[in-house]
Ligand binder design. Structure first.
Ligand code: OFO
Length: 167
């Protein structure tokens, strides 16, 4: 495998792993605050990102590349509000999308159509996740500081997420 592409894929392993740990920290924050629906949502998101990371690790190995299991920075563990939590979620997804677009761009520069093809799965995934993060943040923006709104949001988040993914 071209070394530029190999390095980029390893960077991507790190971004997926970091997202997984960040969402675990978010789940834990929500759990402690009593937002059990939000916690369940982020525990599941954390698992998803771990799957994305492992998929990359297996792919690099299949292509006889060298996987570097990364050291991660400590994720953010404190949030002032639910809105801040979901702003971070959207920011994190937008960052990952940008990195994936960069990998795709470099694949085309280096004519690595195999990796380009593999990465299409991540492009679709990011589209869905960014759209979900935006939907949830929009709902929270409408709710504002209304406590009963937060209660309903926490109760309904799993069904909102399911509905969004079916769109
Ligand atoms: Fe890995 O799917 Fe979002 O970040």
């Amino acid at each position: 495998m071209n070394s530029v592409i190999e390095n980029l894929l390893n960077d991507q392993v790190k971004y997926e792993a970091s997202a997984s740990m960040q969402y675990l920290a978010m789940a834990s924050w929500a759990d402690v605050k009593g937002y059990s629906g939000v916690a369940e949502f982020f525990y599941a998101q954390s698992e998803e990102e771990r799957v994305h990371m492992t998929k990359l690790v297996k792919f690099i190995n299949e292509r006889s590349g060298k996987v570097i299991v990364p050291q991660l920075e400590k994720p953010q563990g404190e949030f002032k509000t639910l809105i801040e939590l979901f702003e971070s979620f959207l920011k994190s997804e937008m960052f990952v999308t940008e990195q994936i677009n960069h990998v795709i761009y470099e694949c085309l520069q280096h004519k690595d159509y195999n990796v380009h093809n593999f990465m299409q799965w991540y492009v679709t995934e990011q589209l869905e996740e960014e759209s979900l993060a935006r939907t949830l943040l929009d709902k929270l923006t409408i709710i504002g500081d209304d406590k009963s709104g937060h209660y309903l949001f926490d109760r309904d988040i799993i069904s909102i997420a399911a509905a969004n993914n079916q769109e």
